[in-house]
Design a protein around this ligand. Sequence first.
Ligand code: IMP
Ligand code: MG
Length: 205
Amino acid sequence: MGTGRVAAVASDQGASLSAGGYSVGRLLISEDDLQARIRALGEEITSDYAGRAPLLVGVLKGAFMFMSDLSRAIDLPVEFDFMAVSSYGNSTRSSGVVRIVKDLDIDLADRDVIIVEDIIDSGLTLSYLRRNLLARNPASLEVCALLVRENHRVDEAILRYEGFRVPSDFLVGYGLDVNERFRNLPDIRVVTAVPVEVATDGGAV
Ligand code: IMP
Ligand code: MG
């Protein structure tokens, strides 16, 4: 499994993006690099699941854009479901306390399930979700994460597909937000200024 490399950043055209006290700057992953890596992940899943109809479980809200592009890169009869979880604590850091805000509609029994996540930071959200979904007796359960922090120890038995390794900076774009903003950027950028008075209660992940 190849992991995408984050290329050295040549341009800095995002410096003017700001909203709600946050300023978004340095381009980390371009739209072209995102789309190329997602096509490769889709091809890998297509060959790994040949003859099966995997159920993609997207974790709202952050994964919605990745799930949309990934699913179109998979040449199989996929099905979709979504879960929303909320983690308590500071809006730019996971506390590990996770609550299900919206549960799945589809029964997981005997299904080949792929959890689709935007970013694995501490890994706490993912470990909670895996435990929760494994208890529903799927035929198989794998994880496809677009972004994974560089310092995260990868357990290949848990994290089967990953898009890019990223540094510890707070990132926005392509589904990722800070206080609900910037999800619609077509690329991934670094938040350069985070005010100290960030939200202290359950921001949706
Ligand atoms: P974890 O439980 O620490 O792995 O956090 C995972 C969740 O936190 C992700 O699904 C994201 O929604 C959110 N998150 C972590 N890092 C970032 C970031 O840099 N930008 C936006 N959201 C993030
Ligand atoms: Mg979020």
